[in-house]
Write a protein that binds this ligand. Structure first.
Ligand SMILES: CC(C)(COP(=O)(O)OP(=O)(O)OC[C@H]1O[C@@H](n2cnc3c(N)ncnc32)[C@H](O)[C@@H]1OP(=O)(O)O)[C@@H](O)C(=O)NCCC(=O)NCCS
Length: 156
């Protein structure tokens, strides 16, 4: 008998924090959108690797939105958590929060996106991952939305 044990969203959720420096900026002085996407991808990769216990690759990015500019010396938090899990694929919701490093203002949501990561086995082939244990209504809502995107992508 094989017993499949699920894992919760909280078990792999992370908050990566970065102080934005001149090296991250574009010529207008804002932090480059591509730099932010790279850090979002990193955060999604950590979550997916923690959930699966495997190497992962990025297969897709959905609904990338930049809501608020990020400047040099901003403190940026990349909150990343699983929204949906398929067989070998995992969708990670990444929310980017921005604040002035020297002030205690409330952080603003600067960007959001959904990253689909795929777990790979030792031969570089997709590998099954643990199911996701849903523990509250917000997680259920994200899971249902993620499943819809997953099924729509399968049809294409
Ligand atoms: C992602 C990759 C491993 C999928 O390999 P594949 O042989 O096509 O695998 P499958 O068709 O069996 O799909 C495996 C899973 O990935 C998902 N998947 C594959 N391509 C996808 C895409 N474009 N969008 C969303 N999900 C995708 C499938 O839905 C499936 O999910 P499931 O197992 O949960 O049902 C392969 O396309 C790849 O290596 N891509 C390059 C990844 C990469 O280099 N990323 C950038 C650097 S990390």
């Amino acid at each position: 008998m094989i017993i499949i044990i699920g894992k919760t969203v909280k078990q792999s959720e992370i908050n990566l924090r970065n102080l934005m420096e001149p090296i991250h900026s574009n010529i207008a002085g804002n932090v480059h959108g591509g730099e932010i996407m790279k850090l979002m991808d990193n955060a999604a990769g950590v979550v997916a690797a923690r959930h699966s216990g495997r190497n992962v690759v990025t297969a897709r990015v959905d609904k990338v939105e930049f809501h608020y500019p990020i400047h040099i010396s901003n403190l940026v938090t990349f909150n990343a958590k699983l929204s949906f899990v398929g067989n070998s694929s995992m969708e990670v919701f990444v929310k980017v929060l921005v604040e002035d490093f020297a002030k205690e203002d409330s952080a603003k949501v600067a960007a959001t996106a959904f990253f689909t990561m795929v777990a790979l086995d030792e031969n570089g082939k997709p590998a099954a991952v643990p199911p996701l244990e849903i523990t509250n209504d917000e997680e259920r809502r994200l899971f249902e939305e993620g499943r819809e995107r997953y099924l729509n992508n399968k049809k294409k």
